[in-house]
Every structure is written in C-alpha cells, then in structure tokens.
Design a protein around this ligand. Structure first.
Ligand code: PEP
Ligand code: MN
Length: 361
C-alpha cells in the first residue's frame, strides 16, 4: 500500500507507521519534493481501512501492477532533475553527449572539452559496457570511470555512466553524477533498487522490448527506494525493421509525459544506429517534447571501440546543437549554447590529428 501524507511531519509519520507495522508491513518513509508518502510493503492482504481517515492521511492506495509514485498525478507540473547547469524537465533542454565507451584519456578529454564548448549539459561515456557479444570490448571498468570523471572536471561537466551490477553502485558513487541503467538492465530489480538507494540522478533507458507500462514500473522501483531523481530515456525498440538498428519510438515522448511526471530524454544514437539519421531524429524528438537528447560523439568514429557507426563526429555535434536551438524555441523550450567558442570548426581536424586519430575529414 502507498499512503499519502499531508506533510512530512515526524509525529504524523510515526503515528501512521505504527499502525502499518502493527499490520505486519515493512514501512518506508518517502520524502519527495512533490509529497510525503509511506510505503507499506510485504502485506499479503492490504488493509487500507486501517489508516484511511487518520488525521494527516490524504489517501491510501492498494498497490497493484500500476505505478503510483511515478504516475503523473503525483506531480502534474512535472518533476525536474538537476544535472549540471540544467534542471532536466525544466524549460532548458539537456544535451548529454560523449563517446559510447571510455577508451583512453585523450579520447574522453578531447570529446569532453569539445562538447562542453558547444553546449553539452553532461558528459556521457561507458566504462562498464553491456555488449551483445562477450568477445567485444567490455569497457575499462573502474579506471574508465575515473578517466571520465577527470574529463568531466576538466570540461566543467557532470558525468553520466552506466552501472551494470548492484555491487558497483557504492564504489562508483563518489565519481559519478548520474548513474545510467542500460536498456538490457531496465528490468533488473536488484540494480534498480541499488541505484534507488544511491540518492543520485538515474538515467533509466527503456528496454528494447519493454512496453511503456513496464518502463514506468521500472522507474517505480527506483522511487520506492526514496529516489525520485529519475530521467527516462527512449532509445529505440525492436521491430521487424532491419534498415536501422532499432526503431526510435517517438510515441514514447508524449505518452510518457502523460503517464509520468518524470523527465524524458531521447537517444537517437541507439534509436537509429546510423550516424546520418541521428541529427534528424534528434530534431524530431525535441519537436515531440523531449526534455533533451542523449547522443554518442567520438573524435574519430571510424576507430571507436563500440558504436562508431552511430557516433557523431565532433563538428556534427556542433551542428546538432545549433539545429536543435530553433526547434526548441519553436516548441516553447530553450537551448542555452555558450557564446564563447574555444575551437573554430576548421580547427577540429587539427585537434584530431594532434591526438593521432587519423587525418582531416
Ligand atoms: C549506451 O548508452 O552506450 C548503451 C549501451 O545504451 P543502451 O543500454 O540503450 O543499449
Ligand atoms: Mn553505445
């Protein structure tokens, strides 16, 4: 059962908790910016009448297979999740950008400085990679997390990186600003609970075969641990189409906005798997009302150790940001791009050459 309290007042909370515990429930107090709740878990037979009508109890819901805490009605104005300079879900769009995988110091540093200079809100990069083949590059692990942290600090950007195991959450937490739960792990309850206890923003990616209802219930796991800083990310689903890696389900944007109060990002990189489709679909996502974009960018995609074929070249990221700005404004949003640009576009091949990543393109 979920009990909505009229305030987080400790006396009220204790009085209601005592009744719920007497029923045999494990009780959790959830103090969210949009309201105070008690979750009464482990009851075989919910008995809402035991607390309904108590002073300070607004309502009681017997939990079933529908989300309660993540549902739009809990916060009709929408929740905002702070990420660097932006509150994701507010008027300003978030641009999460960076390589698929952290490969080495120069790769992340150059990417970080470049995307920061051209308007990124956060730096992404995987150190623990959920690859389809066990023989593919699996990521650098903890040293990769540390390199990403170093690059984020150098560029002044918060970092977003994937965690694959519940036991990795604690050791990673001091380095990470936002945990990514990848598509393959969307339904991994122990991992969802672990990031829920971490008290840090979570970027939760939709499973490739998950319905939107299942996606929102995965978010509900995180909220139920007391963490409402969840950003949903549509990243494409499995369909019969083979021309693209996935089918980017932009229906998800307006649908999720109706179903939940959580902000929604779109990842057109995994959503299409094809570089040439990334920028058009990013524009479409913003037009559809997404709160931002998560995009893969690499200084030399032809040499990327993962997802090179869908990664933007650095100058393409700059064009993406510039093209998103008017689209954002057309739908009543903002994209704040820095007006001091440390690199001229024609310097980018030089940067790349200086780093030993092939010739000018
Ligand atoms: C990624 O972001 O690099 C990634 C592995 O994404 P997804 O979990 O959506 O496949
Ligand atoms: Mn990737």
């Amino acid at each position: 059962m979920i009990v909505k309290l009229s305030s987080p007042d400790p006396a009220l909370r204790q009085a209601v908790t005592a009744v719920l515990e007497a029923l045999g429930a494990e009780v959790r107090f959830l103090d969210f910016p949009f309201g105070a709740y008690l979750a009464a878990l482990g009851l075989e037979e919910p008995r809402p009448e035991a607390v309904q009508g108590m002073a300070g109890v607004e309502w009681v819901r017997a939990a079933g297979s529908r989300p309660i805490l993540a549902a739009r009605e809990q916060n009709p104005r929408g929740s905002r999740v702070p990420l660097g300079q932006v509150e994701v879900g507010g008027e300003a769009l978030a641009l999460v950008a960076g390589p698929c995988s952290v490969e080495d110091r120069e790769q992340v540093l150059v990417t970080a400085r470049f995307v920061a200079a051209y308007g990124a809100t956060a730096l992404r990069g995987g150190a623990y990679k959920p690859r389809t083949s066990p023989y593919a590059f699996q990521g650098l692990g903890m040293p990769g997390v540390e390199l990403l942290r170093e690059a984020g600090d150098a560029a002044g950007l918060p970092i977003v990186t994937e965690v694959m195991e519940p036991g990795d959450v604690e050791p990673m937490a001091p380095f990470v600003d936002c945990f990514q739960v990848g598509a393959r792990n969307m339904g991994n309850a122990p991992l969802l609970r672990a990031v829920g206890r971490a008290r840090k923003p979570v970027l939760l990616k939709r499973g490739p075969s998950a319905t939107l209802a299942e996606f929102v219930l995965a978010a509900e796991y995180i909220l139920l641990e007391g963490n409402s800083q969840v950003i949903l990310c549509e990243r494409g689903i499995r369909t019969f189409e083979t021309a693209t890696r996935n089918t980017l389900d932009l229906n998800a944007v307006p649908m999720l906005k109706g179903m939940t109060h959580l902000p929604v990002l779109v990842d057109p990189s995994h959503g299409t798997g094809r570089r040439e489709a990334v920028t058009p679909m990013a524009r479409a996502a913003v037009a559809a009302g997404a709160d931002g974009i998560a995009v893969e960018v690499h200084p030399d995609p032809s040499r990327a150790r993962s997802d090179g074929e869908q990664s933007l070249h650095l100058p393409e990221f700059r064009r993406l940001a510039e093209q998103l700005k008017p689209v954002a404004e057309a739908v009543g949003r903002r994209l704040d791009l820095p007006n001091t640009l440390p690199f001229a576009p024609n310097q980018v091949p030089l940067i790349r050459r200086a780093m030993g990543w092939g010739g000018a393109r």
